[in-house]
Unconditional design. Structure first.
Lengths: 992, 212
């Protein structure tokens, strides 16, 4: 059993250090000394505060007012949630969602399980985007020359200017993100008709232009294929983080999971070729670390071998053999935004006869349509004066383009610049007019993300301000005065006959569309040519120095959500860094340049330079630097104030500074926008920097000198291969030797006994469960300094373990939350009985009893309890609307932890009781379970033999973490199974 | 010796003071913080439960219709008031007197407030903006308690069990102290509804029944 010897570690620093620097949860001694430094001023402040606190405690109970509706809408009942179907607006993927609405305000977004493409589950960005609705810094009025204005004034100004520009025969450019809304496209068409010189340029902040352009060359149309990861048995991904941030991660995770059913004869195999460590790389069955320039050569060789030609790379040869073996059932994708690479990928998929099987080009995705060359030529035209007006919607070109600052000065010289953003950002600063858009939850919208499937967005709250959608704005400028709903509805009424084949009346079609959130329509006919072979023009120069890899992280993406504190505090799934982007280097490269974690280096590339803190990333290719995009956004200066205010507070960012650094200037503009492969140089600037990382503490591991002989290494992660699993389903499992218990088995659970299971094999590490939990349970944001002080408040954390050495690293994810132990060690140590067991097996935390001794947290072997060191709640009337009214907002001095969403359990019980029907398995879905796109979390009643959880509990893969302690957790885990099948290829000694 | 006596004497005096304080607390209207028993605030509209629920025998859930399916019983929206007060706008006595005196009955001062809140004039024609009525909430539980009317109505708990004989009150008053001990007086009893056809769904003494 080599698996038992396999060592799992949480951070490279701990793994690499010798005995002297052993793992310690304690802060360094000098830090302790520093914190006990009380000055006269701070003493007076403290006493003053205590006195004030005492006086408030004595005040009279406040009078509470209740204001009922005057005329109550029929479907709204105060205190009862209403659900509406809608479509996500957080990114271009456009997942179908259900919006939970309580007392007229949306408080939670959940994936729509009925949607055929996105199939439920929701990413962290979309769930967190809810908070942006309640952002008090949004613009609620149109702005004309930096003055708050009215729509009448703005409309007449814009129309006057547009007419003038049209008269001068100058171009009016509408620069938007990808427009997948048919009705918006129609409005743009009308706009074009009215002001003849209009042109529409689509731009994606993270570009997929090369894929589209390659398809134009090969098949005659700019399309983005619909990838079918569920149909592929062998997936080769070349730098495409499709489970984390590439194209449509939720849809791909759902699809990928379908072909990983361990009861099937075969499961798919994922081979990831990449430079940095992505979550797709972590999930991969086999990972090949290559630098960007090596990767291009690798694709070239792969293509050559597949077509029976010669190449030089041995690994590519093996891979080609395996791919040929899986002809028609394989899929090769690449995230490299270089048309030459994409032409090769298309040729590979064509040769392997995958087109039409594992990727659909007849009914393609419409999620991305941006064109790099259009954006570049727009910039040229702006500089040479042929553009008169620029209208910018949904994108932030000044932030996202490598030459953003020059783009800004080119904008200044235009006659009319309009932004549709509802927030001040880099681009609005250069705009003469701001016509703020509605938030996605306030507006009507439609979209066709995948050809043949229409998704619907309906408003779920009355707009906070006077904003209007871009559809409404450009329609009124073209002289069409229709209200928001009818702009969408009338369009569908018009084309209903031609695109909907159902025999339903329009009214019925529309009502069902709004109710369900989606409808099938007939796809537009594409006249694709047969495959036209094009010879790619690859530069095959080998780079000797350092190569840069820019990527969009799964939490911040392209930076659109940078002002969202939930996402800023969400640890990166792999690096576990919060509130910062870093320059990741492989440990070997760092050693070469004599760098360690937290050193600040100056990175120079593409004529720009910036200072970034160093992070050592195991598994990363040597001689590469990986930097996340999406940071350094203007507006993040506001986080200077985030977190509790106390005597020794350190701000998350210094006054006037942004969170992280914008790496966009590094994007290279040769052949479209290149995100990787740029040559870079680094030099140490010398300062040391505190990175706020979550996994440097709350570790479950025990120091070697204190560990019992039976368990030298605690087997948190238990792992096997698919081959082994087929022979013995319990393979890879560590068989615990429970110590004897002091407890009598005297608390039977005669009603329900709630339990939960987490499948390590399914989890991709996307972290959407963490945000799901945060939104549902009112978990506060604490700020960077508090995370650094090991006081983050997340009820659910996702432990990431590395195993292996050098570039050959495996990653395992393990969600860790309260295990609701039957023999809970936290319970007997509480002096006030604030944590006790319920009759249904839940470990309850009673906030109003808790006096804050923190004994329970000390005694918890899983380190899942969180203490409220401060009053985190703030008086922000608008932001606080996001709070879940069913869950207490905890006050200072009490302990809290996962409650197993007891409010959801109670609600389901009340409803079952009212209807007089028994609770069914699946009636209760926990927030984390609901948000998981990989279906890794299962919750249910252990007393019900037919429930999913009971069946999982009997599964051979089922185990408990720290089983030997005999605390009898009700949360179980399923072993991780990786597909290391070598039967159809003889890959050279990868992975031990 | 003197010292010892002194000590005994002061102990006795101390105990007497404590007892006196407890007795005076018990007998006064002063409660420990959070206990709002006998709370009887003045409401913006002098609505009488005695008249509506008592004399007119209107069922509780006619107005407080949220109780069955929601956490909140709810204060009725003005449109519910208008179901009757569209037609009834003064007392029975006034109608009779006006009839005898052959004049139009005087519009009740309090009912005028409902019309005003909806922005209506006395003929029911919309003339002004709507101004919602700010009622004073009488029965409050602390923020760390989850209370929902729904399971209590399902279990068949009588409204009066917690709210007292509202049908006799012209101005609503809190008659119970709504303390946890008082909740548990009921929750400790075995109810028929706990063991029902749907299986055991409620453990009424679990902390997490109310605290989460």
């Amino acid at each position: 059993m080599s698996d038992l010897i396999k060592q799992y570690y949480m951070s490279y620093e701990d793994h690499a250090c010798d005995q002297e620097c052993s793992v310690s949860d304690l802060p360094p001694a000098e830090e302790v000394a520093k914190t006990s430094d009380v000055t006269r001023r701070s003493f007076l402040k403290t006493t003053g505060f205590s006195f004030a606190a005492l006086m408030t405690a004595c005040s009279k109970t406040p009078v509470q007012k209740a204001i009922p509706f005057l005329i109550q809408p029929e479907e709204v009942l105060p205190g009862k949630a209403t659900w509406y179907a809608s479509t996500s607006f957080a990114c271009e993927a456009g997942c179908s969602v259900h919006v939970k609405n309580r007392d007229g305000r949306p408080i939670k977004l959940e994936g729509n399980p009925h949607h055929p493409i996105t199939q439920g589950g929701l990413c962290s960005q979309c769930q967190a985007s809810l908070l942006e609705l309640y952002d008090s810094t949004r613009l609620f009025d149109p702005v004309l020359y930096r003055q708050s204005s009215t729509w009448d004034a703005v409309d007449s100004h814009v129309v006057k200017e547009l007419r003038k520009i049209k008269g001068k025969e100058k171009e009016i450019v509408l620069l938007t993100g990808t427009v997948s809304s048919p009705s918006l496209n129609f409005a743009i068409k009308k706009f074009k008709k009215k002001f003849k010189t209009v042109s529409h340029v689509q731009m994606d902040e993270i570009s997929y232009g090369a894929i589209l352009d390659a398809h134009k060359q090969n098949y005659g149309k700019r399309i983005l294929p619909k990838y079918r990861f569920d149909k592929a048995d062998l997936i080769v991904s070349i730098d495409a983080d499709f489970l984390g941030s590439w194209v449509s991660p939720i849809q791909f995770t759902k699809d990928f999971r379908k072909n990983r059913d361990l009861n099937a004869k075969h499961i798919s195999k994922l081979i990831q070729v990449e430079s940095r460590m992505s979550i797709t790389g972590g999930k991969a069955d086999e990972r090949i670390a290559l630098s960007p320039s090596e990767m291009v050569l690798f694709v070239k060789d792969l293509d050559a071998f597949i077509r029976g030609k010669k190449g030089s790379n041995a690994k590519a040869k093996e891979l080609a053999k395996a791919l040929k073996h899986h002809q028609g059932k394989s899929l090769v994708v690449s995230g490299i935004n270089d048309i030459n690479v994409q032409l090769l990928i298309n040729r590979i998929n064509h040769t392997l006869r995958n087109v039409g099987r594992t990727l659909d080009i007849q009914k393609p995705s419409k999620q991305f349509a941006g064109s790099d060359s259009d954006v570049q030529s727009l910039f040229q035209k702006m500089k040479n004066g042929s553009v008169g007006a620029l209208l910018v919607a949904d994108v932030n070109p000044i932030y996202a383009l490598p030459n953003g600052i020059e783009f800004g000065s080119a904008m200044d010289s235009l006659d009319l610049t309009v932004s549709f953003s509802d927030k001040n950002n880099e681009t609005t600063e250069h705009c003469k007019v701001i016509a703020p858009q509605l938030h996605g939850l306030e507006s009507w919208n439609d979209s066709e993300q995948v050809s043949g499937l229409l998704s619907m967005t309906q408003p779920v709250i009355h707009p906070f301000g006077k904003n209007r959608s871009i559809r409404k704005s450009i329609s009124s400028w073209s002289g069409i005065q229709t209200d928001e709903r009818d702009l969408v509805r009338n369009y569908w009424k018009k084309i209903f006959q031609s695109r909907v084949k159902s025999g339903k009346t329009f009214a019925r079609f529309w009502n069902e569309l709004v109710h369900d959130g989606f409808a099938k329509i007939s796809p537009e006919k594409l006249n694709l040519t047969t495959f036209q072979n094009r010879k790619p023009n690859l530069s095959t120069s080998k780079i000797d120095g350092l190569e840069l890899v820019l990527f969009s992280s799964s939490q911040l993406g392209n930076g659109r959500h940078a002002e969202n504190p939930w996402l800023q505090e969400l640890p990166d799934p792999i690096t576990k860094v919060t509130w910062d982007n870093t320059a990741s280097l492989s440990p070997k490269t760092a050693e070469k340049y004599n760098l360690k974690k937290g050193d600040i280096i100056q990175v120079k590339s593409n004529g720009s330079s910036m200072d970034l803190p160093v992070l050592l990333q195991p598994g990363q290719r040597n001689n590469t630097i990986a930097i996340a995009l999406g940071y350094g956004r203007k507006g993040t200066e506001r986080f200077h104030e985030v977190g509790p205010d106390w005597l020794e507070k350190k701000s998350t960012v210094a006054k006037g500074e942004t969170v992280g650094t914008n790496a966009s200037p590094f994007i290279s503009e040769t052949n479209g926008f290149q995100y990787s492969g740029m040559v870079a140089t680094i030099s140490k600037v010398g300062e040391s920097y505190d990175l706020a990382m979550t996994q440097t503490y709350h570790t479950l591991s025990n120091p070697e000198n204190t560990s019992p002989a039976i368990m030298p290494v605690r087997p948190f992660v238990q792992e096997t291969t698919f081959e082994e699993y087929k022979k013995d389903p319990s393979s890879g499992k560590h068989h615990g030797h429970p110590v004897t218990t002091m407890w009598k088995d005297d608390h039977p659970y005669d009603g329900h006994h709630w339990g939960m299971a987490f499948d390590l094999s399914a989890c991709t590490g996307c972290s959407s469960c963490i945000i799901g939990c945060q939104v549902e349970n009112n978990v506060p944001v604490v700020g960077k300094d508090e995370v650094h002080r090991k006081r983050d408040m997340a009820w659910l954390r996702l432990d990431r373990y590395y195993s292996g050495e050098g570039e050959d690293i495996d990653v395992s994810f393990q969600a860790m939350m309260c295990q609701h132990c039957d023999n809970a060690p936290c319970e007997p140590v509480c002096p006030v009985l604030a944590t006790v067991h319920s009759s249904e097996g839940l470990n309850q935390q009673v906030y109003n009893r808790c006096v804050g001794t923190r004994f329970c947290a000390n005694n918890c072997p899983y380190k899942v309890r969180r203490f409220n060191w401060f009053e985190y709640a703030r008086e922000d009337v608008m932001e606080n609307m996001v709070l879940n009214p069913d869950v207490t907002v905890r006050s200072r001095g009490v302990m809290e932890k996962c409650s197993m969403c007891v409010q959801r359990i109670q609600e389901a019980k009340f409803e079952a009781k009212r209807l007089g029907i028994p609770l069914k398995d699946g009636n209760i879905k926990l927030a984390c379970e609901q948000s998981c796109p990989a279906d890794a979390i299962t919750f249910g009643d252990l007393n019900d033999p037919e429930s999913r959880i009971s069946k999982i509990n009997k599964d051979e893969r089922h185990y408990h973490v720290l089983e030997d302690l005999n605390v009898l957790p009700t949360v179980g885990y399923l072993t991780q199974v990786k597909n290391r099948d070598k039967s159809d290829q003889t890959s050279g000694g990868h992975h031990g | 010796m003197d010292k010892l006596l002194n000590k005994q004497f002061s102990t006795i005096i101390g105990i007497m003071i404590v007892v006196a304080v407890i007795i005076s607390f018990k007998n006064s209207s002063f409660h420990i913080p959070g206990n709002q028993e006998d709370y009887q605030p003045t409401q913006p509209i002098a609505f009488s439960h005695q008249l509506h629920a008592g004399e007119m025998e209107i069922a509780c859930q006619y107005c407080h219709f949220g109780a069955e399916d929601s956490k909140h019983a709810g204060i009725p929206p003005a449109n519910v008031c208008m179901n009757c007060h569209k037609f009834v706008n003064n007392t029975f006595n006034e109608t009779r007197r006006a009839d005898l005196e052959n004049r139009k009955p005087v519009f009740s001062k309090e009912i005028k407030k409902i019309y005003a809140s909806l922005g209506l004039d006395l003929d029911g024609i919309k003339v002004n903006d709507e101004i919602p009525t700010e009622w004073v909430k009488v029965h409050n539980v602390p923020d760390f308690v989850f209370f929902s009317h729904k399971p209590h109505i399902t279990a068949g708990v009588d409204c009066a069990k917690c709210h007292g004989d509202v049908q006799t009150m012209t101005q609503v008053k809190q008659v119970e102290d709504l303390s946890m001990g008082w909740c548990l007086d009921c929750h400790r009893q075995e109810h028929d509804s706990i063991q029902s056809a749907t299986g055991r769904t409620a453990y009424l003494q679990d902390c997490a029944s109310c605290h989460y």
